[in-house]
Design a protein around this ligand. Structure first.
Ligand code: ANZ
Ligand code: ZN
Length: 828
């Protein structure tokens, strides 16, 4: 064995094998001090690339750090193996999704092992295998029994090229987030989770999550979109039929000059039927349905069609024109808007286009608007005018007054609305967990009883290409069954579950991954959860990160969990960009595998280069050259430790008194404690491993020229401390090299069983110096500042001294002479 050179490939293989043999990554049965570090699992749609590598290495650094702090660490991994990406890839290659997926998992798992990421593979979950999706189906049935599942015919987002329905979260700027085709609407019978029942809890509990960034919390808050207002009942002039609108501005009710109905609604269809302009209205409605939602909600000119029918305002009794207009969304409020052109800009543009009156009912403080001088809507609050007995009232107060009045006369009520929509679950695709529902002619919808789960996805399927209806529908052996209730012939639901259902509960399965009687036992979950640190990309803020909070809350309410928020701390790592600054992704086709760099320069150097490139929450533009920089640094660590190892560990330990260390050694010792402090803070809080690494580099620079000498008695003791410390501080980031050096320094056990170095606050303190302050060469006062305070700061501090202010008042300062760490002389 040669210790002469840093042979990374030998070292990395050796330690990966050793960790596996000793079960370093195994989470214990009964943790006494637990730490659950979770990274978002991956779609197995190829090998992992540098984006994954970064995410998982960050997790690995934290997991290893926590081990050294004495925690029992759970750091599991798995695969989000169902769903479109895998299915699309398999179709392209003419392979079965299952076979394609499992072989990708194999490849990616090996790459992750080579990356030195010590996941506890004994707890791996793969969502496309029956032992997992049985319980995904159980989650569905559990929510079904709880009344949280609904079936509804509704217009769904439809991707014409993926040929499937999409959840709102999967629509990006009006296009399919996968293939970027324009999304249109299609009416289908669909299953939904009633996540809106939890809107208030999901919103309110954001306040109980100090460990989540403001950014994610406000994204979720906007997504949930709580809005407080009221519902007001209007009537049709001719038939007296009642219909309601949702508004946040009841104070503007006297300003309503038209009403607009969403084209998708039943109400619109009924109006069309009775309209004198029937043909035009029907044409307008069918055109509107083809428009992507994006186009409808964009700013700019709005259009609509007048139905020829009128409504009556419940307070003013005025007659109002009814329009069908596609800027009104069917799924928000009641799908009908009371149009107030004077105080809503959209309504204003609409009114100007169709020659509808603009009636001012709110005046800005101290001003008077009128139809003629309004050039845009006045949307602020003000004084109510032209509003019957409410005129003259402040509009904020008016809101409450109007609602009270409407409630009294039975024509309106307070109402809270959420922008959040129910979670669309059904996918008309093959590669997913079958929806565990049986359609029976007699009994209706019957959930599959738990003892009949899983509903197996048929595997010998040749034709699973999407055709616009579910491929499972064409498989008689699958679709035909008997009703669990009445035992008559019945049919299975042909759709599969959105994969976000699979990933909404995987964090729980890791606590008890081999349970065959239940998705998890309450006891096992209680040992590990909630997650201490959850690491993943910001792109999941309004999708997965809401879904998994929702499912956790439901399972809590059903009594399976003793906590209702899944993760205490959430960390969003930044993206990895390619050379041209484009986000690395499978779909962009610009992915770089970490494998090449790991072979060429070593895993530790590749990890370090990635960690050194930027703070963990910032973007990294990947640059191969950075790796050679970290190779050089690792060599320096090696060259400091290895040649000195025998000397450092020889003879008995030397004790020293810190106060009596000679200056250079005291300097080294202070730097060491400061470095420990810095690195520890980064490991605990902000994960700026780049600055942690530079601190270690600085420390190493300070000691690299220290000779082996016994003349200064404490020299060896200090250098031994520095060597141990550097190796330990580097261990989470460059684990293989650290293990090897730790062994060379004479230790028998893994460095990850050793204790993380502690810093001494006193020793880490910066040195202070006294600065003499002179005016025209005469000593006037003294101040104490940190050593090496820069000149401009010294000047500012000196001039701010009361004594100096007093003596320089009404005098002109000609110049300021500064001798760093010693003196400031002010010439007046
Ligand atoms: C009259 C009014 C007057 C309104 C005014 C606003 C200003 P937020 O705050 O986002 O909840 N609205 C209601 N249902 C709608 C739908 N289905 N599609 C499009 N717009 C709809 O928005 C609530 C406001 O959005 C409601 O208050 C309504 O317009 C409109 F000076 O009613 B408002
Ligand atoms: Zn039946």
């Amino acid at each position: 064995m040669s210790n002469e050179i840093y042979d990374f490939s030998r070292i990395e293989t050796k330690w990966q094998k050793r960790w596996e043999e000793t079960g370093l990554s195994r989470a214990p049965e009964s943790p006494s001090k637990k730490y659950y570090c979770l990274v978002m699992f991956a779609y197995p749609s190829g090998d992992i690339h540098l984006g994954h590598f970064r995410n998982y290495v960050i997790g690995d650094v934290v997991a290893r750090y926590r081990m050294m702090c004495g925690y029992n660490v759970l750091f599991p991994f798995g695969w989000d193996a169902f769903g479109l990406p895998a299915e699309e890839a398999a179709i392209k290659r003419k392979r079965h999704p299952r076979e394609w997926t499992l072989s990708n998992i194999e490849i990616s798992r090996n790459t992750l092992k080579r990356a030195g990421v010590i996941f506890d593979w004994s707890r791996e979950v793969i969502t496309c295998l029956p032992d997992y999706y049985k319980w995904t189906q159980w989650v569905f049935v559990t929510l079904y029994k709880r009344g949280l599942v609904k079936r509804e015919k509704s217009y769904v987002n439809w991707c014409p090229s993926c040929k499937t329905a999409l959840a709102n979260e999967q629509v990006e700027a009006g296009t399919c987030e996968r293939c970027h085709s324009l999304v249109s609407k299609r009416e289908l019978d669909q299953w939904f989770f009633k996540i809106t029942d939890y809107a208030e809890k999901l919103l309110a509990d954001l306040d109980t999550l100090p460990g989540w960034s403001q950014r994610v919390k406000s994204m979720q808050k906007n997504w949930i979109g709580k809005s407080e207002g009221c519902e007001i009942d209007f009537t049709l002039q001719d038939t007296g039929e009642k219909f309601s609108v949702f508004t946040t501005r009841p104070d503007t009710i006297y300003g309503v000059t038209f009403m607009a109905v969403a084209p998708e609604t039943e109400f619109a269809k009924r109006l069309a039927d009775r309209s004198p302009n029937k043909e035009e209205i029907i044409r307008y409605i069918s055109n509107a349905l083809l428009k992507p939602e994006m186009e409808r909600t964009q700013e700019g000119e709005k259009d609509g069609a007048f139905t020829g029918i009128y409504a009556i305002n419940p307070l003013s009794g005025e007659r109002i024109q009814l329009f069908i207009a596609d800027y009104v969304l069917p799924s928000y409020g009641t799908g009908i808007v009371m149009g107030v052109p004077a105080h809503d800009q959209r309504d204003f543009l609409f009114a100007r286009k169709y020659g509808i009156p603009v009636k001012v009912v709110i005046n800005p403080p101290g001003k008077s608007l009128s139809e003629e001088n309004v050039t845009e809507a006045y949307v602020e609050s003000g004084v109510m005018v032209n509003s019957g007995k409410f005129s003259g009232i402040d509009s904020e107060k008016g809101k409450t007054k109007i609602i009270e009045h409407l409630e009294e006369i039975g024509r309106g009520r307070k109402k809270v609305n959420y922008r959040l929509r129910d979670w669309l679950l059904s996918r008309q695709r093959y590669w997913g967990a079958p929806i565990p529902i049986i359609h029976c002619q007699t009994c209706g919808y019957v959930p599959v009883p738990e003892n009949q789960l899983p509903v197996l996805l048929p595997e010998n399927v040749k034709d699973f290409i999407p055709k616009g209806r579910s491929p499972l529908e064409d498989i008689p052996e699958f679709i035909n069954t008997t009703c669990p209730n009445c035992k008559k012939p019945a049919k299975r639901d042909p759709d599969t579950l959105d994969t976000f259902v699979c990933s909404s509960w995987y964090h729980l399965r890791y606590a008890d991954p081999h349970n065959t009687n239940a998705p998890f036992s309450k006891e096992e979950v209680a040992k590990w959860l909630p997650i201490n640190l959850y690491i993943g990309g910001i792109e999941h803020a309004c999708g997965h990160l809401i879904y998994f909070r929702f499912i956790t809350k439901v399972l809590h309410d059903v009594g399976y969990l003793n906590f209702s928020e899944p993760a205490t701390v959430l960390f969003n790592h930044g993206m990895v960009l390619d050379k041209n600054g484009v986000v690395m992704s499978k779909s962009a086709g610009n992915v770089v595998s970490p494998a090449e760099s790991m072979s060429k320069c070593g895993t530790d150097a590749t990890r370090l280069a990635m960690l050194f490139a930027a703070p963990s929450d910032a973007e990294v533009r990947w640059n191969e050259e950075a790796v050679s920089g970290s190779v050089r640094f690792l060599y320096r660590v090696w060259n400091f430790t290895v040649p000195n190892a025998t000397w450092l560990k020889s003879q008995k330990e030397i004790r020293y008194i810190p106060e009596s260390l000679p200056k250079p050694l005291a300097e080294i010792r202070r730097k060491m404690h400061r470095t420990i402090k810095k690195v520890t803070q980064e490991m605990e809080n902000s994960f700026c491993f780049n600055t942690a690494i530079s601190a270690i580099m600085e420390l190493l620079n300070l000691v690299k020229d220290c000779a082996q000498t016994e003349e200064i008695p404490a020299q060896r003791a200090i250098l031994k401390e520095v060597a141990d410390t550097v190796v330990k501080l580097l261990a989470p980031m460059a684990p293989h090299l650290a293990e090897e050096l730790w062994e060379i320094l004479g230790n028998k056990e893994s460095i990850f069983k050793s204790a993380w170095p502690q810093f001494d606050e006193e020793a880490a303190k910066e040195e202070e110096v006294e600065i003499v302050i002179q005016i025209n060469g005469k000593v006037r006062t003294r101040i104490t500042v940190l050593a090496d305070t820069p000149q401009d700061a010294l000047e500012r501090l000196a001039l701010a001294e009361p004594k100096v202010q007093e003596l320089t008042r009404n005098k002109i300062i000609k110049k300021v002479i500064i001798v760093p760490n010693r003196l400031v002389n002010i010439v007046v």
